[in-house]
Design a protein around this ligand. Structure first.
Ligand SMILES: Nc1ncnc2c1ncn2[C@@H]1O[C@H](COP(=O)(O)OP(=O)(O)OP(=O)(O)O)[C@@H](O)[C@H]1O
Ligand SMILES: [K+]
Length: 932
């Protein structure tokens, strides 16, 4: 620029400065907006706390807690504030963050500290903000929030004083390295780093190009050559690449949030579109998570059945039948067994169900007045007991029951038990409930009876019911706190079958996955028969399943875990359904998938799911039912726990990936074409052996400004192409720079560069006998008329072709004229295609329109841009556009015909074309092929 000020016209220098400033400002504004969006999204995933306010249980953001709030915490939660424990059951927390103590510490409200100044690690009646609950549950009163909490004070101390080890020199070097990395953009997600490196590469190339330009002038560098060199370099540097990438990702994150998916780690945004397998929980994700007790078997009585339930929380809705007889609470007096069974399901239960006061009596529509908190399994059992007036609340109100202890449920043990002292009977009684296979073997009954019960469980599970076995015993000479003793040798008091209907959206979402080449696996804690029945219902298993695969398609975790890694790898396919799954099985599944070079989504909600979530390519936690620990380990969080949202995230991920590929493609085409044009262009030398530039420096800058950021941004905002979910996932190992991108951009870029050169040659040599004038790089003189006209032509050709390219890269194989045949066909389809993305449409149109004033405004055109108005040359421009479109469309047609590149992406070695009818056909085929 300095050179320009000194040696060239003042006006040219200031325009160049303005253009460069504008570029910087645009980049800055984009960056700023992206940053802002990111921040607002971050607050979405802020932790929530469960508080009791005005007697009602509510969820509020942790930051809205105030001193004096009563907060409930339970296993998996991150403690939201410093709490004095009021009430607790087996409560243990991990305070490693605060005290460095890695073992969990038992907490209880009954402990009274004698010494006011005892170290915080010893204060057992307190739980500290940001520690995690590793066991049990409790309530506490908030005594400090935010920066006043213990962890807050530590954070305050640490602020600004992050200690760095090593001597001053090492520290200095580390600092330099860190800021250099920051400046160069080598921090962030893998894609960001990759593209930053790519940008650096181009930067190197830019310097090389400048050197080539100077060498061609034999290093007799005049002001013009210097500026030309600089501008050629600028042409190649991708100024807007990183900013556009950030914005595209920010917008993607926002879209995901609208679709109920919160992005916690940016890497996931890139990875989720490329997953090949989704391993999903069943309860609450594939199903509604609203269980209804359908059937119960009570020894000594028989089977009872519940029909006609509309609202799963409302105990007054639906009828209970014993045989053909409708029964109600009166029946209890006739059957002691029924009473004991109901006591069991009500007492060994942490859920609460109650009628919320009907506040809006005026409203016409009947709103559900029943509310419930707790796990769906337990809610349904509570509702069952309440049908007979035997709910936990009813029982507790009698004042007869005193809680002694509780042995909690978790998905590894799959059972729970609770011990009470019954005042009236003066007995200590234990109730247990849990999965059939876990509970039945420990019961105090004959082997034959056990087999009978197991057969009954199988039958109920085959109907898609989750079957729980309920047991009871009087504790005599048994320590109620020793779990193994309590839970052994109990009496069988009943079975209950719970139905959890699949979500309505699930079936279609599973089908969409299949068409998109993504396999869905169900990893559930349920019984194998229950799981199989539901898997059939939602289409994870289909009746057309090849019999050779039936054995491996459905497995219990026991069977799966018994296989060695080698045996798992030898399976023709990995199981579609794993029943009785524990968190460790999930980890093995992820590893098995990775050994098969698959990329997977894994969902989880429990505390123990973190390892699997971390190891999966994309770990997804449940926002509603998931524990804080799981959410913390996850990359994405579903705010509605819905399987269909995962599929939408995959779609959004693919759209994002496509769009990033699109703008990179555009950028590279523009770079290659300019390198071809500007370097080969150095060969045009006038009589004095001085190169006559085919584009003036300002033309180069202008083309770059018009065609870089706005078009790239527009491409980043493209909607999903119609086939986004009908083709197999892209390969996450290759990333964005596929062979297709490399070949296409080279072809299109070289074509474009050559067309520009040809246009120049036609104007100079075709129409003006090769007259290159003299000194036409510097300013206008009469000999320069042909060169100035030729430049305007090349300028128009290059601008127009770049603008057309923005539309052409909307799809790498489909013709722009038949971009979306599902939506529009006929000769006007092309207008729909380009109109659909308004931002891009107006960016391109503005680019077209602005070319005219640049060419025609007098003085401005000749002094600043060093070109002049043209007439017949427009024929050349139109010809170049037609030629370019023919090459691009022709190449796309060849790709479609030969099934090259993305036109023939394959799943498991088989090309997927359009809609796959049934997934099993092709999986079966693959297996046969592998075996044969
Ligand atoms: N509260 C409970 N008390 C006793 N047993 C339970 C309880 N909840 C579930 N179970 C038993 O443990 C098994 C596994 O439950 P788990 O919670 O691991 O599965 P889930 O997470 O509900 O299901 P999914 O893994 O499909 O989402 C259930 O099939 C049931 O038999
Ligand atoms: K550029």
């Amino acid at each position: 620029m300095a050179a320009s000020f000194g040696m060239l016209d003042y006006i040219e220098g200031s325009v160049i400065a303005a253009v460069i400033c504008l570029n910087i400002v645009i980049g800055f504004v984009q960056d700023y907006r992206a940053e802002k969006t990111m921040q607002s999204l971050h607050s979405l995933s802020a932790p929530v706390a469960t508080v009791i306010r005005d007697g009602k249980v509510e969820k509020v953001k942790a930051e809205l807690l105030v001193k004096g709030d009563i907060v409930k915490i339970s296993v998996g939660d991150v403690v939201p504030a410093d709490l004095r424990v009021l009430e607790s059951m087996n409560l243990e927390t991990n305070e490693a963050l605060l005290t460095g103590e890695s073992l969990p510490i038992a907490k209880s409200g009954y402990v009274i500290m004698k010494d006011e100044l005892s170290p915080i690690g010893d204060r057992q009646n307190m739980v500290w903000s940001s520690s995690t609950v590793t066991k049990g549950r409790g309530t506490g009163i908030v005594v400090a929030t935010g920066m006043q909490t213990q962890v807050g004070t530590i954070a305050e101390l640490l602020r600004g004083k992050t200690a760095v080890q090593g001597g001053p020199l090492k520290r200095f070097l580390l600092k330099v390295q860190k800021s250099a990395k920051n400046i160069l953009g080598l921090v962030g997600t893998p894609l960001q780093v990759k593209l930053s490196k790519f940008a650096l590469l181009l930067f190197g190339l830019a310097i090389l190009l400048a050197i080539i330009v100077f060498s061609s002038a034999k290093w007799k560098i005049t002001g013009e050559t210097l500026i030309y060199g600089i501008c050629v370099a600028v042409a190649v540097i991708p100024e807007s690449l990183i900013a556009v990438l950030t914005i595209t990702m920010a917008v993607g994150t926002k879209t995901m949030a609208k679709g109920n998916v919160i992005v916690r780690k940016m890497q996931a945004l890139e990875a989720v579109g490329g997953v090949t397998n989704i391993c999903s929980d069943k309860t609450g994700t594939l199903t509604q998570g609203k269980m209804i007790a359908r059937k119960a078997f009570i020894p000594g009585l028989g089977e009872i059945r519940i029909d006609g339930v509309q609202d799963p929380f409302d105990p007054t809705n639906g009828k209970v039948f014993f045989g053909d007889e409708e029964i109600n609470s009166d029946y209890i007096s006739r059957s002691r067994e029924l009473a004991l069974f109901l006591e069991g399901v009500a007492v060994c239960n942490l859920a609460t169900v109650h009628r919320s006061d009907p506040t809006n009596l005026s409203s016409e529509k009947v709103t559900s007045q029943w509310k419930a908190t707790g796990e769906p399994t337990e809610i349904s059992l509570q509702v069952l007991a309440m049908r007979f007036g035997y709910g936990k609340e009813d029982l507790m109100r009698t004042g007869e029951w005193d809680l002694v202890t509780e042995h909690p449920f978790d998905s590894t043990v799959k059972k729970m038990s609770i011990v009470h002292h019954h005042r009236g009977r003066d007995t200590v009684e234990a109730f247990m409930k849990g999965a059939g296979e876990v509970v039945v073997p420990t019961l105090n009954i004959s082997e034959a009876r056990k087999e009978e019960i197991m057969a009954m469980i199988e039958r109920l599970a085959g109907e898609g019911l989750r079957v729980l076995c309920v047991a009871h015993k009087h504790l005599i000479n048994v320590d109620p706190h020793v779990r193994s003793e309590v839970e052994n040798g109990m009496n069988f008091i009943g079975l209950v079958g719970l139905y959890d209907p699949p979500r309505v959206e699930t079936k279609d979402a599973v089908r969409r996955c299949r068409i998109a080449g993504v396999e869905v696996h169900m990893l559930t804690g349920d019984h194998i028969r229950t799981a199989t029945a539901i898997a059939h219902e939602v289409g994870i298993l289909s009746p057309g399943m090849p019999s050779a695969l039936a054995k491996t398609m459905v497995m219990t975790a026991g069977q799966f875990d018994a296989l060695s890694d080698a045996e798992i790898d030898a399976l023709p396919v990995l199981p579609k359904v794993i029943a009785r799954c524990s968190p460790a099985t999930k980890v093995r599944m992820v590893e098995a998938l990775h050994r098969r070079k698959a990329f997977c989504v894994m969902t989880g909600d429990g505390v123990n799911d973190s390892p699997a979530l971390k190891r999966a390519d994309v770990g997804i936690a449940m926002g509603l039912t998931g524990s804080d620990v799981a959410k913390d380990a996850a990359d994405l969080v579903l705010t509605d726990d819905n399987f269909a949202s995962i599929v939408r995230a995959v779609e959004e991920g693919r759209r994002l990936f496509d769009n990033i590929q699109k703008f990179i493609m555009h950028l590279l085409i523009s770079n290659i074409s300019q390198v071809v044009l500007l370097l080969i262009g150095l060969a045009f030398q006038d009589k004095n052996k001085v190169s006559v530039f085919p584009l003036s420096p300002l033309e180069i800058l202008w083309v770059n400004m018009i065609t870089s950021s706005f078009l790239a941004l527009g491409l980043g905002l493209e909607e999903a192409s119609p086939d986004v979910m009908t083709r197999p996932p892209h390969d996450l190992r290759t990333g964005v720079f596929t062979w297709e991108v490399i070949i296409d951009k080279s072809l299109y870029g070289v074509t474009m560069g050559l067309l520009c050169l040809i246009s120049f040659v036609i104007v100079i040599f075709g129409a003006n006998d090769g007259n290159l004038g003299h000194d036409c790089n510097h300013s206008f003189n009469d000999s320069c008329e042909p060169v100035y006209r030729a430049r305007a032509t090349v300028f128009a050709v290059l601008s127009f072709l770049l603008l057309l390219t923005a539309w052409e890269v909307k799809h790498f194989t489909r013709s722009l004229f038949r971009l979306n045949p599902e939506r529009h066909t006929g000769p006007l389809a092309v207008f729909h295609a380009i109109w659909y993305n308004r931002f891009l449409f107006w960016a391109v149109v503005a680019g077209f329109v602005i070319t005219f004033p640049v060419i025609y405004i007098p003085v401005f055109n000749s002094v600043v841009f060093k070109h002049t108005g043209i007439s017949w040359e427009w024929g050349v421009v139109i010809g170049a556009c037609v030629a370019y479109l023919s090459v691009v469309e022709g190449w796309k047609a060849i790709k479609r015909w030969r099934r090259w590149g993305s036109a023939g992406r394959k799943v498991n070695g088989i090309a997927v074309v359009g809609d796959l009818e049934e997934g099993y056909e092709f999986i079966g085929e693959t297996v046969e092929r592998k075996q044969g």
